[in-house]
Design a protein around this ligand. Sequence first.
Ligand code: SF4
Length: 489
Amino acid sequence: MTPLSKSTYLMGLQCPKLLWHRYHAKELLQQPGTLAQAIFDQGHEVGAWAKRLFPAGSEIAPGVTDFDLVCAETQRQLLTRQPLFEPGFRAGGGYARIDILNPVDDDAWDLIEVKSSTRVKDVYLADVAFQAYVCTAAGLTIRRCYVLHINSSYVRQGDVDPQVLFTQVDVTRKVVALSAQIADKVDAFARVVGAAEHPAVNIGPHCNSPYACPLTYRCWAFLPEHHVMTLSRGTKKGFQLLAQGISAITDLPETARLSRVQSIQKRAVVTNEPQIDAKQIKAFLGRLHYPLHYLDFETMGSAVPFFDGSRPFEQIPFQFSLHLVRHPGAEPEHRSFLAEGREDPRPRLMAALVQAIEPTGSIIAYNAPFEWGVLTGCANELPQHAVWVKSLQPRIIDLLEPFRKVHCYHPDQHGSASIKAVLPAFTGKDYSQLAIGEGGTASLEFVRVTFTEVSAQERAKVRRQLEEYCQLDTLAMVWLVEKLQELAD
Ligand code: SF4
């Protein structure tokens, strides 16, 4: 059998059924989407910065995927006693390429795993433990194991400083605690892979932890449309119900203990009717003051900050859309901004926003803490806007509130209060006609056409798509408030 790699070992830990499919029916595994691919690419960029911490290091067999060639080259380079990037070992039933091996003492090595997150997650420990196991089985003495992750308090000023960008955490003790079981697990996984049929595994919390399983679309397909896993904040309860053989919300017994929100959800599904609390909706609408400003930002963030004064993963706005409704029934006026060029977009964006927002009237956002966080982040970086931003706070209204508090709930929301679920359920309109249909893609596409070399035509096309997407986000809010006004009557 092909030895287990780091990723297949982790698959085995997550679910033996997934592991079996990886070897026997790989084509059934859903391919990672563009967002997952972007996270992967970001890992490469972070890895490149980490290598700068070891200027004497050498890269082993870059671009080579043949195990034998990589292992042979590794054995040659081990003799140099220099830091090694991506050395590969095959032993103990496993195969692993190590991010960084650093020589210590006379003949030992420190193993360093580079991660583009800002903390050590449990799954990293299992990953590092497997690598240390393979190295040890290959005859290496591993002195200590480290996770090198992004330092969340790093603030970029000028050139990136990898000494401050990273935090190195010694995980040796935790890795040693895990290492005793690895050989048994490798044997058990080899038996799974060697079996003619995949093992029977029920769906459970492991389907989404530590990673979203690429077979969910198949394993979960038996569930009816309104299944118990769509109960709001009901993941644990949903799995308990499934274990009792109850999969449909309509089959929930009277005795089932449900939260207020879940009870409303059940009523909506059983009656197939939206559940409306007109009094609460009226109270919410009573807090809105014209002119109504519907505001949405699109942002970008990265492990290695793009701009001076920003931190890893800080969300930097590059676009806003604002619809202004001056009085009930008035045509919405549209104002927008989309950054051009590669410099920090915040100064121009804030200057445009100051022009776009009128001195009075509510500012409506969907999940408003996000928009408020973006505004305060800009105010910190651009103190000339701090007083103005502070003055906006009492005017901000969160349109998510009536949906999250279930003042109105439509069965087609399937337990979600996201605008992508609420809009089609209540208005019949959706984002499906757009080339860019959600914020993560908007961010990736903006970065792609702004910071990489693409044709002027491609850049213009994507910028048009970005305008369409962000504009729909605020127009969707206009439609939803109109719908709420109708429901409250
Ligand atoms: S969806 Fe769940 S049960 Fe199915 S293979 Fe993935 S983790 Fe296993």
